[in-house]
Ligand binder design. Structure first.
Ligand code: ADP
Ligand code: MG
Length: 345
């Protein structure tokens, strides 16, 4: 699909899904105990992403509380919301900015993952992401001189987290939490609901969080997106309990220009779309935030470095190469039985 039509497409998907979920909301699901566990579902649009939620055995207020929390996180963490913590950091002209403890915690993790990934993951990527348009349909990209001139502004170690809870970012630098915030929010929403549902599956545009079990007590099954197939198709499924499954890929936001595939994960060393042999990276972790950042880092690293990085960090992950090869870590093989679907479903 042409990226220019993506937002329109997302909205159409959103409306269709909303209709679907409205029709199904409140339908009782079967439970082994014989008791009926009500199913509640909903779809929202936050962080430029379709968010879908399915809850089993939730109290009536919970869905609304989830949307309220999503709205609040968007106000706090979005680069494009005026007055958000990120916006204030980006316009701080090198002065310390007081931020919420949540923003501070995300930046702490971001810095640590940036260091651990040798800078492959960098939230200070913002001056570079601003030069590209992967979603608006303009296929904007920088000329080489502009791109290279911004590289010195990308360095997460220069982002200072002060002891008083404020943040200092050198003038000219900016942050973009697009590679980590959805994971953090998924973690927080999972925490919000965990004692109030029998089971739930949350999907924040590729960040899936599974809480509890299905009403029949079987584990939820999460599809691994087929990066080489039709939009929305899965190539394999894993059973998951109380965990997050996060996929980053080169197929979500991209355009093709002069025969070259430009996608939204940038290499901080070049300022251009990462030249990678990976089509997607899926990381399974109790922390959706860490999985989110690690998956993004893996795309930048490419399969060889990514496998080393994942293994060193004891991560459970599945990498799908552009040639269709699957690579998985020992931890992943040990814990998950990958059920191939034999193409698109
Ligand atoms: P998605 O947001 O589509 O799920 P990712 O989690 O991989 O995908 O995040 C990609 C987003 O992260 C980009 O849209 C951009 O905002 C930001 N980003 C791009 N390159 C990097 C990078 N090297 N390090 C950190 N964030 C990045
Ligand atoms: Mg990510």
């Amino acid at each position: 699909m042409r990226p220019g039509k993506r937002n329109l497409f997302l909205r159409i998907v959103l409306i269709s899904l909303s209709l679907f979920f409205v029709l199904h909301t409140g339908c009782p699901a079967s439970a082994d105990s014989g008791a009926e566990i009500a199913r509640t579902s909903g779809v929202g649009f936050y962080f430029d992403t379709v968010v879908s939620v399915t809850l089993y055995g939730a109290d009536e207020a919970l869905l609304d509380e989830i949307w309220t929390a999503c709205g609040q996180y968007e106000q706090l963490l979005s680069k494009t919301v005026s007055g958000s913590d990120v916006d204030r950091i980006n316009h701080s002209n090198g002065q310390p900015v007081p931020v919420s403890p949540e923003t501070y915690a995300i930046l702490q993790s971001a810095k640590s993952i940036s260091e651990g990934s040798g800078g492959a993951f960098s939230v200070t990527i913002a001056p570079l992401t601003a030069l590209w348009d992967f979603t608006g349909g303009t296929q904007r990209m920088p000329d080489e001189a502009t791109r290279l001139s911004k590289l010195p502004l990308v360095d997460d170690q220069k982002l200072i987290l002060n002891e008083d809870g404020s943040v200092t970012l050198p003038e000219g630098m900016e942050i973009d939490l697009g590679g980590i915030a959805k994971g953090y929010i998924a973690d927080r929403i999972a925490e919000l609901i965990k004692d109030r549902v029998y089971g739930a599956i949350l999907n924040f545009g590729g960040n899936v969080y599974v809480v509890g079990n299905k009403p029949d007590q079987s584990p939820f099954r999460v599809g691994i997106r087929d990066p080489l197939g039709e939009e929305g198709s899965s190539c394999a499924v894993i059973s998951v309990y109380e965990n997050s499954v996060v996929t980053s890929g080169i197929y979500e936001r991209y355009f093709i220009k002069d025969g070259h595939w430009y996608h939204h994960i940038l290499d901080p060393m070049t300022g251009s779309s990462a030249e990678t042999d990976l089509a997607s990276a899926t990381v399974v972790s109790k922390s959706s935030m860490i999985a989110d950042a690690m998956a993004t880092a893996c795309i930048v690293m490419g399969s060889e470095r990514a496998m080393e990085y994942l293994t060193e960090n004891g991560a459970d992950a599945l990498l799908i190469l552009r040639d269709g090869t699957f690579l998985s870590t020992e931890g992943f093989d040990h814990t998950y039985q990958l059920m191939p679907l034999g193409g698109s479903q």
